[in-house]
Write a protein that binds this ligand. Structure first.
Ligand code: PMP
Length: 410
């Protein structure tokens, strides 16, 4: 059964805000970052009020409590994605998780001249630039799956792109611009047949749909807490246990070492090997509270709620003459990022008219510039939905777009 959105909104006081224009906030930018419920804020505050200390250090009780809170959070988050706790590495965000992998693979010399790294044309810069850089450092080649006109991956070159030269396939699970959900399992099966690793950007999937890392078939998966009701500055990198055990560290220093001599050091096993320095702690506690909040709603229900809003947005926006959705139309192939263009009205102008009505959307290339280039458009307007959004807010968006068209004489 679906959850009660009106009741849930009380957990997010910010949603009751009035903006400078006098309009009530309609927050449709959760793809960039989500709002945080009181339960998450309270969990962080409680940690600081009663348990704060540096984890994995000190013989005192508080340090023990802080460590327990930190490791409990790891367990909660591992369970959420079907992982074992020692496979969950805390990072700053998705960007750091992917950089960690790219640097560790380079340091391990698992990529060299003549090898191929494969990405897709729909990647967020966070899952593109680190691979460009790794290719440059190692002499490997970077290649990519292109996109179809409907916003899907063009898999027609799969045989050519994934073969014995391919060492890494890095793909987003769900596009932050097009909404497209990619066939990760299919790509992973092919990649694994050639011994390639599959790195998945889960920044837009883990917050929005049930994700089980084993079913997904990936080797590594990165996501961000701030996009799933959690605090800023905390992310997760999941990796298969055997693989993490083989990878050398990315950042080095305290908390990740076993024995340090003046001229050499041995490292702790994962996940500590990848968590140098005093880690984010209240943030992990906050993220665990966010996960519990989502689990109480049920991830299948979260996805169903977003589907309902997305279907409405696609239908009503699609009915407006001159409005074009960029991305697949079938709900079975997409999530709730709805990007569109409006004939004769620049996305920035659409965004401004919406902002005057209190409606927060994102405009631009959404850190995935190759996508807008692929479709020959300067930018898009993007609405993204989450657990706290309502059908009335979708209608306000559509009304706002109609107003932008009228204002600019279309
Ligand atoms: N990948 C995707 C698909 C994203 O949407 C984002 C955030 N916009 C990122 C990666 C990067 O996330 P973060 O900035 O939290 O590292």
């Amino acid at each position: 059964m679906a959850f009660d959105v009106d009741a849930l909104r009380k957990d997010f006081p910010i949603l009751g805000r009035t903006m400078d224009s006098g309009a009530r906030l309609v927050y449709l930018d959760s793809g960039a970052t989500t709002q945080k419920p009181l339960q998450v804020l309270d969990a962080e505050r409680d940690f600081y009020l009663t348990h704060n200390a540096a984890v994995h250090r000190g013989a005192h009780q508080l340090a023990g409590e802080a460590t327990e809170a930190y490791e409990n959070a790891r367990r909660t988050i591992a369970r959420f994605v079907g992982a074992d706790e020692d496979e969950v590495v805390f990072t700053k965000n998705t960007t750091e998780g992917i950089n960690l992998v790219a640097y560790a693979l380079g340091n391990a010399r698992r990529i060299g001249p003549g090898d191929r790294i494969v990405v897709t044309e729909m990647e967020h810069h966070a899952n593109l630039v680190p691979w460009q850089q790794l290719a440059e450092r190692t002499g490997a080649t970077l290649d990519w799956f292109g996109l179809t006109d409907e916003g899907r991956l063009d898999l027609s070159r799969a045989d050519e792109l994934i073969d014995e030269r391919t060492k890494v396939v890095a793909v987003t699970h769900q596009s932050n611009v097009l909404g497209t959900v990619n066939p990760v399992r299919e790509l992973a099966d092919r990649a694994h047949a050639f011994g390639a690793l599959v790195v998945v950007d889960g920044a837009q999937s883990v917050p929005h749909r049930p994700v089980d890392v084993r079913e997904l078939g990936a080797d590594l998966l990165a996501f961000s807490g701030h996009k799933m009701l959690g605090p800023n500055g905390i992310g997760v990198l999941w990796g298969r246990r055997e693989l993490l055990a083989e990878l050398p560290p990315f950042l080095t220093g305290g908390s990740m070492v076993e024995i340090v001599e003046m001229d050499r050091t041995t490292f702790l096993p994962p996940p500590q090997r990848f968590e140098a320095g005093v880690p984010m702690t209240s943030q992990t506690v906050g993220l665990a509270a966010a996960v519990q909040y989502l689990e109480a709603l049920g991830m299948a229900e979260v996805a169903a709620h977003e589907d309902q809003l997305t279907a409405r947005a696609l239908q009503l926006l699609g009915e407006l003459p001159g409005v074009h959705i960029v991305g697949p139309s079938a709900l079975t192939e997409r999530g709730s990022a709805v990007s569109f263009t409006v004939d004769g009205v620049h996305p920035h102008d659409v965004g401004q008219v919406l902002d005057e009505r209190g409606i927060a959307v994102r405009v631009g290339h959404h850190c995935a510039r190759p996508i807008v280039r692929r479709y020959g458009i300067p930018a898009t307007t993007r609405a993204t939905f989450y657990v706290y959004n309502t059908e009335a807010e979708v209608d306000a968006l559509v009304e706002g777009v109609r107003a932008a068209q009228a204002y600019f004489g279309r």
